[in-house]
Design a binder for this molecule. Structure first.
Ligand code: CA
Length: 226
């Protein structure tokens, strides 16, 4: 899951990024409203964390312009003000939730999970395919009841494949959701990580979950068609 953090206080922005990365999200930071719009139009984020008091364009303007452009990514507003009118204004403009600064990181993470859950059509909290399970809250991945240790990137890749189970995903779609903009561009990076992931979740099991769709990309599915 890929998140855009829009916050002009660099220290806070970097701290949020650090906490989110530890939770295995891919994270980009925009330091002003215009940059936020540019990023959001370029990459398909799963969630945007948006400060309200920002240089160039404030958070309200950013939400309004995003929604006008039909970018419907969930937005979690961060506001230093606790006047209720400000929150109402933000929600009316299309924000999905808000948090008043200073906030507790545990609460921030819980709200992020809630918004992402809503976004994935109320799919169960534990993601599953055959005997493979992934718990987005604890990050524990198991196959046939045995815990599998994954790196952050392998985990993000698997979570994305599971959230889009049975859908054919192109390499570009996978890159856009799993890597942030700082990734080393390597043309076969998706294939490399799919190979790592296969070694951990499919090798040694008779039922393979990750399938190659020749000429297109990959698909994680339980049923084998041939
Ligand atoms: Ca600010």
């Amino acid at each position: 899951m890929r998140i855009l953090v829009v916050e002009d206080e660099k220290k806070l922005a970097n701290l949020i990024k650090k906490v989110l990365k530890r939770e295995k999200y891919a994270v980009d930071i925009a330091y002003n409203g215009q940059e936020a719009l540019d990023f959001a139009e370029t990459y398909p984020y799963d969630l945007i964390i948006l400060d309200i008091l920002l240089p160039q364009k404030n958070g309200y303007e950013v939400i309004q312009q995003l929604r006008e452009k039909k970018i419907l990514t969930p937005v979690l507003m961060l506001t230093a003000k606790d006047a209720i009118e400000d929150k109402i204004l933000g929600l009316d403009m299309g924000a999905d939730d808000y948090l008043t600064k200073p906030f507790d990181f545990g609460e921030l993470l819980a709200r992020i999970r809630a918004l992402l859950r809503r976004e994935t059509q109320n799919k169960p909290v534990i993601l599953k395919a055959a005997d493979l399970t992934l718990n987005p809250k604890t990050h524990i991945v198991k196959r046939a009841g045995k815990v599998i240790h994954l790196t952050s990137r392998e985990y993000r890749l698997l979570e994305f494949l599971l959230r889009r189970k049975n859908q054919i995903l192109t390499r570009d779609e996978i890159i856009d959701h799993v890597w942030d903009s700082s990734f080393e561009s390597m043309t076969n990076i998706v294939d490399v990580y799919i190979r790592y992931l296969r070694q951990k979740i499919d090798t040694g099991f008779s039922k393979k979950l990750i399938h190659t769709v020749r000429g297109i990309g990959y698909c994680l599915k339980e049923e084998v068609e041939d």
